[in-house]
Design a binder for this molecule. Structure first.
Ligand code: DOR
Ligand code: ZN
Length: 351
């Protein structure tokens, strides 16, 4: 049986949701990840220091591992201002500000509709070196959904980068060749997260042989050649600008599996098993650790974790659902057998 012992991974893009959901999302995340960067698209969104600190308490109240560390991004709204940005920079738990183009995705109604009106805030972020985390898709309905990321890079991101050349930027959950090329052409303070589902799947999984709401996420899964480009980006020796952000995004069953299913794949528990399978199939297992456990920490100027995670090549069946008395979330690949699994934390304590 093959085993893999790596520095414990971090998830630099996760949706933990709030309140009752935390009882499911937090324990599942901390089984695999030492640190997570929790997204602020709650209702109402996380826009203040006070809101972040309260949310942090709610997360820590349900965490089992006392060393589990959640970080946060503030939601970029039209009300963002200089004093909030300066406070955020001083808060050790806040790593950046998340830009959602208004209407681009789940709970993005509070997002920005005209980035050109935000130059003052962006200039302060550049001065503070406070990262801008970007959902990179245009929202214009005349633009094909498969072209929205590439169009965003051309019309929004590239001009923004030229105007604020020192602003650290993370282009989140990239899904296209264009995004890989753009990030690779930029200096070191511009990087990208990549999800497990964009690495493992393409739009055939979503559309061929029947519509599959379980694979519906945003940015939408693209053609196979884009998936291959993402795989090459993380499986090459020159992959330091790319790091894991699962975008694990649970939605309650009725909302996800309905005539109009919500965007998001709940992948916390399958992330590392699926990555191990993928990297192993490409004979790239030695490159997995930098993608999951090193590149992101270096980008955010945080220490590398000292704890480790052991993966074993031993089949397991992904649960049909994760439930509490109050709710139920269906993981991506529910009921499927995966060939790698994470060894439970309690079995790793002697290492
Ligand atoms: O698929 C997605 N789900 N993409 C996002 O950008 C948001 C997320 C969510 O919050 O459900
Ligand atoms: Zn997300």
């Amino acid at each position: 049986m093959q085993t893999l012992n790596i520095i414990r991974p971090d998830d630099w893009h996760i949706h933990l949701r709030d309140n009752a959901s935390l009882q499911l999302t937090v324990p599942l995340a901390e089984r695999t990840f030492a640190r997570v960067l929790a997204m602020p698209n709650l209702t109402p969104p996380l826009t203040t220091m006070h809101g972040v600190l309260d949310y942090r308490e709610r997360i820590l109240a349900v965490a089992i591992n006392q060393r589990f560390t959640p970080y946060f991004a503030l939601y970029f709204t039209n009300d963002l201002n200089a004093s909030t940005l300066r406070e955020a920079k001083l808060c050790p738990w806040i790593l950046g500000v998340k830009l959602y183009p208004q209407g681009a995705t789940t709970h993005s109604d509070w997002g920005i509709n005209d980035i050109n009106k935000q130059f003052e805030n962006l200039s302060i972020m550049e001065e503070l070196e406070l990262p801008l985390l970007v959902h990179g898709e245009v929202t214009d309905n005349t633009i094909d959904i498969f072209d929205r990321e590439a169009r965003f890079i051309d019309t929004v991101l590239e001009p923004l980068q030229q105007r604020f050349p020192k602003l650290p930027i993370v282009l989140e959950h990239i899904s296209t060749t264009e995004a890989v090329d753009w990030v690779q052409s930029m200096p070191a303070h511009i990087a990208a997260t990549i999800t497990v589902h964009h690495l493992a799947f393409n739009r055939n999984h979503l559309l061929a042989g029947g519509l599959r709401p379980d694979y519906y996420c945003l940015p939408i899964l693209k053609q196979h050649q884009h998936q291959q480009k993402l795989q090459q980006a993380v499986m090459s020796k020159n992959q330091s600008k790319f790091f894991l952000g699962t975008d694990s995004a649970p939605h309650v069953q009725d909302r996800k599996y309905s005539a109009c299913g919500c965007a998001g794949c709940f992948t916390s528990s399958i992330a590392l098993p699926l990555l191990a399978e993928l990297f192993s199939a490409h004979e790239a297992l030695p490159l997995l650790e930098s993608f999951t456990s090193i590149n992101g920490a270096l980008f955010y100027q945080l220490p590398i974790n000292t704890e480790r995670l052991r993966l074993i090549q031993s089949p397991w069946v992904v649960p049909q659902q994760y439930t509490t008395d109050d709710l139920s979330f269906i993981p991506l690949l529910a009921g499927k057998t995966l060939s790698w699994q994470c060894q439970p934390i309690e079995d790793q304590s002697n290492e």
